[in-house]
Design a binder for this molecule. Structure first.
Ligand SMILES: [Zn+2]
Length: 459
C-alpha cells in the first residue's frame, strides 16, 4: 500500500489510512517515475523538422478549402497530397505500421461554401498492439486549411503559418516520431480541412466515429500553437493554454450530466479528467513548461475542431498559445503604419511549437500505454456514514497491476491525494464522500496510469 504525498497537499491529507477489511495491496508500481520510452519520444520531437513542415505548408500559397486542387504547387490539393506523402514516407521508414489515408466527403453549398466542395482529411492511424486495447483510440489533430480576411477568398495568399500550419506540423512530427514506438491503444494523427468554413472536416470524421460507435477515449486539438509573442510584444514560451469544457451547454441535460451536477461533479466531466491528466503528464515530461487548463470550451468568438467531438459526447480539448496576436491570424497580407499584417512564418516560434508537440506526445503516449479508465465506477450511498465505499468493474488488460484511488478537496483543480489499492474492484476509504471528490484510476505493471473515472452514486 502506498500514499503519494504531493507538495500542494494540506498537512491533514498527508496521512493515508488502511481501510477496515481491505485486502492487502500488492507492491505499488511507481506511477510518478519517468517512462524511458516517453522521455525518448519527447526528446525526438524536432523544432527543425517542425519548421520545415510549416515552411512547406506555407509554400502552397493558399490552403483555402475552395482553392485549387489540381496544381502540384499551389492550393489545398497540393497541400494534402504532400501531407499524405510525408506521413507515408515516415510510416514506411518506421516499419510500415502507420496506416495513411484520406477521409473525404463532398459538402453541399452553405454559408461558407459557394460551391459543392470535396473536404478531405488526411488520417494516419497507428494501431494499438494489445488486443484488449486496440479498439481504444486517442485522436490528435490540426487543421491544414487556411484563410485571409474574407473567409470566402480562395485565391489570395493565405500562409496560415500559425493558424494552423503550427498544429498540422506538430501532428506530422508526432506521427513520424511515435510511429517508431508501440502502444497498447490506437493513435490517430489527423490533419483536417475546412475548419475555417465551419469545422466541416473534423465534424465529418467525428460523426463517422459516433455512427460506428468508435471508442474515442480522448481527442486533442492543436490550433494556433505557433507563437510565443503576444500582441503587446512580450514573449512567453513557458506555457500553453488547454481549453477544457465542463458540462456542455445543451438545452436538455443528459442523465449522466445531471448526476454529475447533482453530486458536485461539474468539474469532473470526462473532458476535465482528460485535461487533468494531460496537465499532470505534460508538466512531468516537459521541463519548465506549464499546461494552463482553462475551464471553457474555447475562446470567445472562436471555435475549433474539438467541438464536433464534444458535441458527440467524447472527451476533447484544445491547445492554443498563451497570448494571441490577432494581426497575424485570418488577415490579408499587407502593411499598416509600417507594421506587417498576416499569418507569416516569421511570427512563428518553432521551438515553442516543439514544446507544445512534446506535451501532446507525452500525454498521448501515456494514455495509449496505460489501461482504459475504469468503467462502472460507483460510490455506495446506501447508509449514512463517514467512509467512502467505491466499487468498479474489473479492467481486462493482461498487464494490469491494480487500481489507484485519487481524491481532492471539492475546490481543488488537481488531485491532491492517492492510494494504490491493488488488484481489487472495491475499496472503503475512511474519508468522507461528502467532503472530497474521488476518482479511480487503473494502473499497469510499468506504472502507466489511466485517466480517473468519477464515481456516480449507487444506493
Ligand atoms: Zn485555426
Amino acid at each position: 500500500m502506498q500514499c503519494i504525498p504531493r507538495k500542494t497537499l494540506p498537512a491533514a491529507l498527508l496521512l493515508c489510512f488502511a481501510a477496515n477489511g481491505a485486502m492487502a495491496a500488492d507492491a505499488a508500481p511507481n506511477v510518478t517515475a519517468h517512462q524511458a520510452e516517453i522521455d525518448q519520444i519527447v526528446k525526438e520531437i524536432s523544432p527543425q523538422r517542425i519548421e520545415g513542415y510549416v515552411r512547406k505548408l506555407v509554400s502552397f500559397g493558399t490552403r483555402h478549402t475552395m482553392s485549387d486542387t489540381v496544381s502540384d504547387t499551389r492550393g489545398i490539393g497540393a497541400a494534402r497530397r504532400w501531407i499524405k506523402g510525408e506521413l507515408e514516407r515516415c510510416g514506411a521508414a518506421a516499419g510500415g505500421r502507420l496506416q495513411v489515408g484520406y477521409d473525404s466527403h463532398v459538402h453541399p453549398v452553405m454559408a461558407r461554401l459557394s460551391q459543392p466542395t470535396e473536404i478531405v482529411n488526411v488520417v494516419a492511424t497507428l494501431p494499438g498492439t494489445q488486443a484488449e486495447s486496440v479498439d481504444r483510440m486517442y485522436v490528435v489533430s490540426g487543421h491544414y486549411d487556411s484563410r485571409v480576411t474574407d473567409v470566402m477568398n480562395a485565391t489570395s495568399d493565405a500562409p496560415g503559418a500559425n493558424d494552423d500550419a503550427s498544429g498540422t506540423a506538430a501532428v506530422i512530427e508526432m506521427a513520424c516520431v511515435m510511429a517508431r514506438h508501440q502502444f497498447d491503444a490506437t493513435l490517430v494523427f489527423m490533419t483536417v480541412a475546412a475548419e475555417e468554413q465551419g469545422l466541416l472536416g473534423a465534424a465529418n470524421w467525428a460523426e463517422l466515429a459516433r455512427q460506428k460507435n468508435w471508442n474515442i477515449a480522448g481527442m486533442l486539438n492543436n490550433d494556433i500553437i505557433g507563437s510565443s509573442r503576444a500582441d503587446d510584444g512580450h514573449v512567453d514560451n513557458t506555457q500553453v493554454r488547454l481549453f477544457a469544457e465542463g458540462i456542455p451547454a445543451v438545452k436538455d441535460m443528459s442523465d449522466a450530466n445531471r448526476a454529475l451536477v447533482a453530486t458536485g461533479g461539474e468539474n469532473d466531466s470526462i473532458t476535465r479528467q482528460l485535461a487533468r491528466h494531460i496537465k499532470e503528464v505534460g508538466e512531468r515530461y516537459v521541463d519548465k513548461f506549464s499546461v494552463n487548463v482553462i475551464y471553457r470550451r474555447d475562446r470567445y468568438l472562436r471555435g475549433g475542431d474539438h467541438s464536433p467531438f464534444l458535441d458527440r459526447g467524447y472527451a476533447a480539448v484544445r491547445f492554443t498559445e498563451p497570448n494571441e496576436d490577432f494581426n497575424h491570424q485570418h488577415q490579408d497580407l499587407r502593411e499598416e503604419g509600417g507594421r506587417k499584417i498576416g499569418d507569416l512564418p516569421e511570427y512563428d516560434d518553432f521551438n515553442y511549437i516543439a514544446q507544445v508537440a512534446r506535451v501532446n506526445a507525452a500525454s498521448l503516449s501515456s494514455l495509449a500505454l496505460a489501461p482504459a479508465a475504469p468503467q462502472q465506477v460507483k460510490v455506495r450511498t446506501a447508509k449514512l456514514d463517514n467512509n467512502t465505499e467505491l466499487v468498479w468493474q474489473a479492467n481486462k488488460e493482461p498487464d494490469l497491476a491494480g487500481y489507484r484511488i485519487v481524491w481532492r478537496d471539492t475546490t481543488a483543480p488537481q488531485w491532491q491525494g492517492a492510494l494504490y489499492v491493488g488488484n481489487t474492484t472495491q475499496y472503503v476509504i475512511p474519508r468522507s464522500k461528502d467532503n472530497f471528490l474521488f476518482g479511480v484510476q487503473a494502473v499497469d505493471k510499468d506504472g502507466n496510469v489511466s485517466v480517473a473515472t468519477y464515481p456516480l452514486p449507487q444506493r
